[in-house]
Design a protein around this ligand. Structure first.
Ligand SMILES: Nc1ncnc2c1ncn2[C@@H]1O[C@H](COP(=O)(O)OP(=O)(O)O)[C@@H](O)[C@H]1O
Ligand SMILES: [Mg+2]
Length: 426
């Protein structure tokens, strides 16, 4: 394992559609320009470009070409690469493992194991490594959860838990994004993201997340498959990875890009102008092989998020995926209800229409044409979702074991009064 470096370049590996082994796709370099801004450069390798089966790692921003691409967004890390890099949770695990904080962006890429989202890999050798064959198994979940808790509490690692174990246990999953503690496990010839409990959870998150995915499915959304497992006293939700497909020779990998990348957006608050469902659906129309289906699907997700007060619907919680050559909207994931104090106005993370981020029926309908929907169809779609949530959220939650107490805690999330509040604009 590489220790802390101030490395400023690495090779980018890629698993071609239907393949299970990496090839070298190009080189990434990260420098600082004269103004002190991080500058990322990416160039495809000549041998990669010469392949008949070469596909771009990002069909919009990094088309197949001999040119050197440059970016200043996202600390100089191209969105496609940033999407394969760990987030808050994975970074904490890596820092614990390396024993140092504030690593460079390339260090995080190099330290994260190859189970990252999408089809990319990173390394210092021109030749890519062999794919990993051993994955954490569900039977190891209890240990994984225990290690995750140690990292959350920032305690010393237990006697005997050497760095290699951390790498082997919690390590699987550090590359996946998101803030919640998680690990990747293999079960039933598939890879799953195991999401663990966090001591600050306000309710049983595992059960509630599973319930939301089932509720979303009843509302007509395409969702990631999920299941619950109990370890000791805790519940863990397993979310089946939609960017992996088991085959005889290993796991095939789909390419994946977050909405943050599609929107060419940044993460900081000053730069959120293009955090928008309306802009996202336009990008989807450019990239998707099924723009009508995906337009309707994104509209459904926006409605669903508004109606369960999922105000954490930020651009990393939406993605497009290409298992083969065609891109489409990924199944929905990370659907979390919230209960803000305000019952008059709740804002989603992305703009939804003419009234900005306001989770309000008329706002959501205001730009329905851009989702390729007729006004009546959009209204009917929204009404069905609203009725289904009202009628079904409680039963579904109880059926998957959300307690009565937790149902009381989340009740205020569903179809909040402000959704139909009369506004001055009407
Ligand atoms: N089913 C899935 N298949 C593949 N990648 C996924 C799946 N679910 C989530 N991801 C990826 O993992 C990241 C973290 O997952 P998420 O459920 O959003 O965790 P968190 O609650 O910590 O934000 C997502 O941003 C997405 O890139
Ligand atoms: Mg998330």
């Amino acid at each position: 394992m590489i220790s802390r470096t101030s490395r400023n370049e690495c090779f980018v590996y890629f698993t071609l559609p239907r393949e299970t082994e990496f090839v070298t796709a190009g080189k990434f370099e990260l420098t600082t320009n004269r103004q002190g801004n991080p500058t990322g450069k990416f160039v495809y390798g000549r041998s990669y470009l010469e392949r008949d089966d070469a596909v771009p790692i990002d069909p919009l921003a990094l088309k197949l070409s001999t040119k050197t691409y440059e970016t200043h967004l996202l600390n100089g890390v191209f969105g496609a690469l940033r999407d394969a890099s760990p987030d808050y949770w994975g970074r904490r695990v890596i820092e614990k493992y390396v024993g140092q904080t504030e690593l460079g962006e390339i260090d995080y890429l190099l330290h994260s194991p190859d189970d990252r989202a999408g089809a990319l890999g990173f390394g210092l050798n021109r030749e890519p490594p062999a794919p990993r064959r051993r994955f954490n198994q569900t039977i190891e979940l209890e240990r994984l959860q225990a290690l995750a808790e140690i990292i959350i509490a920032d305690e010393e690692l237990p006697e005997g838990a050497d760095a290699e174990q951390i790498q082997g246990l919690v390590g699987g999953g550090t590359s996946m994004g998101g803030a919640r503690p998680k690990a990747v496990v293999e079960d039933d010839n598939a890879l799953w993201i195991a999401k663990f409990r966090h001591p600050e959870d306000k309710w049983n998150d595992a059960r509630v997340e599973h319930a939301m995915l089932l509720l979303a499915r009843e509302c007509g959304l395409q969702t990631a498959e999920s299941k619950l497992v109990s370890i000791g006293e805790h519940d863990v939700v397993l979310i089946k990875r939609f960017d992996r497909e088991h085959s005889k020779t290993g796991y095939r990998r789909g390419r994946m890009l977050s909405a943050l990348t599609l929107l060419r957006a940044d993460e900081n608050y000053q730069n959120r102008d293009n955090w928008s469902y309306v802009l996202l659906v336009e990008e989807l129309r450019r990239v998707s092989s099924q723009p009508r289906t995906d337009g309707l699907e994104l509209f459904r997700r926006m409605c669903f998020n508004a109606l369960i007060s999922n105000v954490d619907d930020h651009p990393r919680n939406h993605a497009v995926v290409a298992m083969n050559t065609d891109w489409k909207l990924s199944p929905a994931y990370d659907l979390t209800p919230s209960t803000p104090i305000s019952i008059e106005r709740r804002d989603l993370a992305l703009e939804c229409g003419d009234m900005g981020r306001y989770a309000h029926a008329e706002n959501l309908l205001s730009q329905s044409a851009r989702f390729l929907l007729k006004p009546d169809d959009a209204r009917n779609t929204m009404d069905v979702i609203e009725k289904t949530i009202t009628a079904r959220w409680y039963d579904i939650a109880r059926k998957v074991g959300v307690t009565e107490k937790d149902c009381e805690r989340i009740a205020g999330a569903f179809v909040y009064p402000g959704f139909r509040l009369e506004t001055a604009a009407q």
